[in-house]
Design a protein around this ligand. Structure first.
Ligand SMILES: Nc1ncnc2c1ncn2[C@@H]1O[C@H](COP(=O)(O)OP(=O)(O)OP(=O)(O)O)[C@@H](O)[C@H]1O
Ligand SMILES: [Mg+2]
Length: 382
């Protein structure tokens, strides 16, 4: 059996995780020190969740009690209250003390204490009852109320920028900020992949979370680290990859861990399927890239469907090369009318996370989306 030594599309740990030693120690030491909460942000697929979970594992070994909560799992305030209180209840191992406290806090929502599918203590609420701001505040205060000073709690909120989508009417950012800043026994790690949104949340003076956390940006790992990882993983199954093939993986993936792993996994399949056994070569990586692009094209097509014509035009222009300044020459060359139209198209693309502001200028974050835009004809019908 030829087990593929690469993993993509799910969180990675153990031998599938490459070091990120500096990012890891900085994250662990800031949270352990407790002087500040932390925001860890990076575009999609850079490895935030994997890194955060590894850091939580380490902090748990050092005596912290850790909760991981993903905002992508919940779509409303009642669902949030149910899922979050459940996570805290599981952290408390379903003790009677936790049951009493949660029962009292959420009595209006008629809690029922159960065991989840994973065998952990869980709870269900009557989601027909609308929670008030006070209920939400009390839910957020649960870890602080239950924490034991000898074992402070670390809460990681993944995709935190999504709190804005939970309720059209409640001022959630303000409510969250108000509670969190009172907590003495709980440290928070906020993760975000829509970099523009998360940066604004924490760096814009007019927003509740302004200046409330230490900001840590996660970059792609260094080329050497990624190359060593790819070579070592192939070697672990007795295969060799040629140097220029490794370079092709790094160039096509732009070093983004998900794409490094996905391209390597598919290159492995190409090499194994070949009639003659050979070291993994550039040709294998190129075939892998074509397959990867093909597998993503439906998703990219629906992303494009959801955009306006001017947003698509701007995206196509940025796919060709990053742009620092949108002067009249750029607009004329790309058939983009007014400057204000361009800025509103750009704002949407940044907000949705399709475009990133980097040192090179504005560019498309996903290298395969950029490739799709430059290589394919758009099929979108107006
Ligand atoms: N340290 C790492 N070592 C090796 N591969 C990694 C590492 N971190 C991430 N990856 C690769 O990237 C993929 C995505 O990782 P992860 O889900 O942690 O990223 P993310 O930034 O949270 O992504 P998203 O923005 O989609 O939430 C993993 O499936 C794996 O293939
Ligand atoms: Mg993630």
């Amino acid at each position: 059996m030829n087990a593929n030594p690469f993993v993509y599309g799910k969180e990675v740990a153990g031998e599938n995780f490459y070091d990120r030693r500096e990012d890891f120690s900085r994250l662990v030491s800031t949270l352990e020190g407790g002087a500040a909460n932390v925001v860890l942000y990076a575009p999609r697929r850079y490895g935030k969740t994997s890194l955060a979970k590894k850091a939580l594992g380490e902090l748990a070994r050092r005596g912290f009690r850790c909760v991981y909560f993903d905002f992508m799992r919940v779509e409303s305030v009642p669902k949030f209250c149910e899922a979050y209180a459940s996570s805290v209840y599981a952290l408390e191992r379903g003790t009677v003390r936790a049951m009493r406290r949660i029962g009292k806090t959420l009595s209006a929502l008629r809690p029922r204490f159960t065991v989840g599918d994973d065998g952990k203590p869980a709870l269900e609420l009557d989601l027909g009852v609308k929670p008030t701001v006070a209920t939400l505040e009390e839910t957020l205060d649960l870890p602080e109320r239950l924490a034991d000073p000898k074992h402070p709690v670390v809460v990681a909120f993944d995709e935190f920028q999504e709190i804005g989508t939970l309720s059209p009417s409640l001022p959630l950012e303000g409510v969250f900020r108000g509670c969190i800043q009172r907590h003495r026994l709980v440290r928070y790690l906020f993760l975000g992949s829509k970099t523009h949104m998360i940066k604004r949340m924490f760096a814009d003076r007019s927003r509740p979370f302004y200046n409330s956390a230490a900001i840590q940006r996660l970059d792609v790992p260094s080329g050497e680290e990624s190359a060593a990882f790819v070579e070592a993983r192939f070697a672990s199954v007795g295969m060799r990859i040629e140097k220029d093939a490794v370079q092709t993986v790094l160039e096509m993936s732009k070093g983004i861990p998900y794409y490094v792993q996905a391209l390597s996994a598919l290159s492995f399949e190409e090499a194994v399927a070949a009639p003659v056994r050979h070291p993994v070569c550039v040709g294998d990586v190129e075939s892998a890239a074509r397959r990867l692009l093909e597998s993503k094209s439906d998703v990219y097509e629906s992303v494009l469907q959801a955009l306006s014509a001017s947003q698509r035009t701007l995206l196509a222009a940025l796919a060709r090369k990053p742009v620092r300044r949108f002067d009249a020459g750029f607009r004329a060359a790309n058939g983009i009318g007014t400057l204000s139209g361009l800025h509103s198209a750009l704002a949407v693309l940044l907000e949705k996370g399709h475009v990133e502001a980097t040192l090179r200028g504005y560019e498309i974050g996903d290298p395969f989306f950029a490739r799709y835009l430059t290589e394919s004809v758009f099929h979108v019908i107006e």
